[in-house]
Ligand binder design. Structure first.
Ligand SMILES: [Cu+2]
Length: 493
């Protein structure tokens, strides 16, 4: 559904007992729950967000280059019963972006409840690629993969213990665009999948395999695929893969040739999740939480929440995601184009970074950036607009993988060091970059003991909306860590 057709976005609880929530798009003459939004680069949006939750909320357009007032980062939350008008132009390249709740202290609960929607941005390069792939109608899909705790077909309410606030909230089943056991039908030829990891905390090692025989659980040939793009759009050239790490809030754009295949299972392969930290932290609910009711009849970040270990699968466990049904018919798919976009190669000195950031674990404060838990009024540092900075971000050995998200600006990855073996094995170059590091990123996993170097261009549009100081944030997108204060504000001046 075109974003420009949306007059009003209603944020509401669909099920007050279990706390499930949804976005509803009001088109003026029609209400559409859980819309998948589309927009062409350059289009402008104007609409109202109406908050019908018992908690503050915001709508953060994740990955879009927006001013502070439109970014939805939580400086200016929409209180229960209130509304806010949004007005912005889409300046980003084609790619899969998304919108989600981002109010401080309530982000994890609200995103888990279902307040995460997809926004597919298209442009000329994107249309050229679709034409080259000769995509059949229905062979292009935008998918949000989340995990939830499911018992008897129902999603259980969000109620993490203190230990789960430390490691993250992990479910036992995948929801794809909100559905369990999701199935999609594909015509022979190329299928293009734009996939978001919308899990609160779970990392995915995405792969595909052929389900050859019915009633046979084991086996199945791996189905190769091609990486076309990442968070911020198309790569310069496709990369052939058989698996790819996709952590919370990251996106991949992949092509699979399904000719001759009857059924393809998408799954997360088992991997060592590298949780190099022991629980022992005291519960520290976000200070904002005491003032509003939970979405479901349960408490958050205490040890009094319901614990049903059988309803969780640990991070890194194998997890079925969704199924693609093909016709089995053979067809010669056209060759993949060798060039996908005009994205330039990136370079920069990593021996003298403009800025260094450190991620640590503190037994009392939890996961912190530069030793400092988040405070909404604090400005960690200021950046001059128009300047290109090189950031060196190092994760501690006593840590976890942290999917770090930068608001407002896409960045490029220059180098990785200290990457753990199974991830390093997927690196395609001497600088340790992974295939997903070759595109524009806005979220990047940093493994324990790993250091990454990023190039960020802090140019802002010459537009009234971007005048004056603009505040953005850099934070962990493990949502339990985000609500646990693993976040810093910065300003662009
Ligand atoms: Cu984290």
């Amino acid at each position: 559904m075109p974003l420009t057709a949306v007059r009003r976005l209603i944020v509401e609880r669909a099920d007050p007992i279990a706390g499930r929530c949804r976005y509803v798009a009001d088109l003026g003459n029609e209400l559409v729950p859980r819309p998948i939004l589309t927009a062409r680069r350059g289009e402008a949006f104007r609409g109202t967000v109406e908050n019908r939750l018992p908690q503050p909320t915001t709508v953060h357009f994740h990955g879009l280059a927006l001013s502070e007032a439109q970014d939805g980062a939580g400086f200016d939350a929409i209180l229960p019963g209130a509304a806010k008008t949004l007005e912005f132009q889409i300046r980003n390249r084609s790619g899969l972006y998304w919108l989600h709740a981002h109010p401080h202290g309530f982000t994890a609960e609200q995103v888990h409840a279902g307040l995460a929607g997809l926004l597919v941005v298209t442009d000329g390069e994107d249309a050229t690629l679709d034409a080259a792939l000769a995509l059949a109608p229905g062979n292009r899909l935008a998918l949000a993969i989340a995990d939830a705790r499911v018992a008897n077909g129902s999603v259980l309410p969000y109620a993490p213990s203190a230990e789960e606030c430390l490691h993250g909230w992990f479910g036992n089943r995948a929801l794809v665009n909100g559905a369990l056991d999701a199935r999609f039908t594909a015509a022979p030829g190329w299928v293009r999948l734009q996939i978001l990891n919308a899990c609160n905390a779970r990392g995915l090692l995405l792969a595909f395999k052929e389900n050859e025989k019915e009633n046979e659980r084991e086996g199945g040939e791996a189905v190769p695929f091609h990486l076309l793009g990442t968070d911020g759009g198309l790569l310069a050239a496709p990369v052939a893969l058989d698996r790819v790490f996709l952590h919370s809030a990251e996106r991949v754009d992949v092509a699979i040739d399904v000719s001759g295949l009857r059924e393809i299972a998408a799954l997360s392969l088992p991997f060592d999740p590298r949780h190099q930290v022991k629980a022992g932290l005291l519960a520290h609910p976000h200070p904002a939480r005491g003032r509003y009711r939970p979405l479901a009849a349960d408490t958050v970040c205490t040890d009094g929440g319901r614990r049903e270990p059988s309803n969780t699968l640990p991070d890194g466990a194998e997890l079925p995601l969704f199924t693609l049904t093909g016709s089995g018919q053979k067809m010669a798919a056209p060759p993949l184009p060798s060039r996908l976009s005009s994205l330039p190669e990136v370079s920069g000195r990593t021996d003298a970074p403009s800025r260094t950031l450190r991620q640590d674990f503190d037994e009392r404060a939890g996961f912190v950036i530069d030793g400092t838990p988040y405070r909404i009024e604090e400005n960690a540092f200021s950046v001059t607009r128009g300047v290109r900075e090189i950031w060196e971000v190092r994760n501690s050995p006593i840590s976890m993988p942290h999917p770090m998200h930068l608001h407002g600006f896409g960045f490029r990855v220059l180098r990785r060091r200290g990457t753990f073996g199974p991830a390093r094995a997927l690196a395609s170059e001497s600088a340790g970059r992974l295939p997903t590091d070759l595109g524009v990123k806005d979220t990047l996993v940093i493994w324990p003991n790993e250091t990454v170097w990023l190039a960020v261009d802090f140019s802002l549009p010459d537009d009234a909306a971007f005048r004056g100081r603009q505040r953005y944030m850099f934070h962990c997108h493990n949502l339990e860590h985000e609500d646990g204060m693993m976040m810093r504000n910065f300003s662009v001046l």
